[in-house]
Design a protein around this ligand. Structure first.
Ligand SMILES: Cc1cc2nc3c(=O)[nH]c(=O)nc-3n(C[C@H](O)[C@H](O)[C@H](O)COP(=O)(O)O)c2cc1C
Length: 207
């Protein structure tokens, strides 16, 4: 299975980066292939340009899709499953990841059917994994966990993914109290992804 990780954190000293390393190790262990879009390392542009906006809003298809967006489309075309990994900042994803959705989910590709424009494939599995300072129970009590799930799973992943789940790795203010549990969650996510893969190595796949 081909897994694309959209990773959004500015620092390799971060806990979220450690989670990325764990995800990659699990993916290799289970003999899948992985590509990472490291948005900060790529210096991915999060702002939509005027030309991109006019392509989206006024169906001005003479405005070409920019190269950096085309590259993301190619990676998505390669992948069967996608993982979005980021820290929760102000109850949301970092602006750079929001900008990735704004620009990469372009008209005709991610939404609307437009003749002559290649449509985004339907993915097998989408996992949204975010680290959070608050504990999971605090985020649930405040209703923030539910609102983050609604926005990410219902809107951003939507029916583009056959299976989709959000995993909040909360409580990072007390890292030693949560990291073993988080490592277990990560291992299970990749196992679950493998189990739902149409290309399972056990040969029971249908296509
Ligand atoms: C700008 C900023 C905003 C944050 N906002 C939230 C928040 O709204 N809710 C929350 O639970 N944690 C919040 N945090 C804590 C991060 O989620 C936490 O630091 C991260 O998940 C794990 O740390 P890392 O940056 O080492 O990867 C915020 C952190 C920063 C830097």
């Amino acid at each position: 299975m081909n897994i694309l990780v959209i990773f959004c954190h500015p620092s390799k000293k971060s806990y979220t980066f450690q989670i990325l390393e764990q995800i990659k190790a699990e993916i290799y262990k289970q003999k899948h292939s992985v590509k990472v879009s490291d948005l900060y390392e790529m210096n991915f542009q999060s702002d939509m340009t005027e030309q991109e906006y006019e392509r989206e809003a006024f169906s001005n298809f003479d405005n070409e899709i920019p190269n950096d967006v085309k590259i993301e489309h190619e990676k998505l075309d390669w992948a069967n499953s996608v993982i979005f990994l980021y820290p929760v900042w102000w109850s949301n994803c970092p602006a750079k990841l929001k900008g990735w959705f704004d620009r990469v989910y372009s008209v005709g590709y991610a939404y609307k059917n437009i003749s002559g424009i290649k449509k985004m494939k339907k993915f097998n599995y989408g996992a949204v994994i975010c680290t959070a300072g608050y504990s999971n129970s605090q985020l649930n009590e405040m209703g923030i966990a539910q609102s983050m799930k609604t926005i990410m799973l219902k809107d951003k992943l939507g029916d583009r993914f056959n299976n989709k789940k959000m995993f909040i790795l909360g409580g990072t203010l007390d890292i030693n109290g949560v990291k073993d549990n988080h490592a277990e969650v990560i291992a299970n996510i990749i196992k679950e992804m493998s189990a739902t893969s149409p290309n399972r190595v056990d040969g029971s796949a249908s296509n």
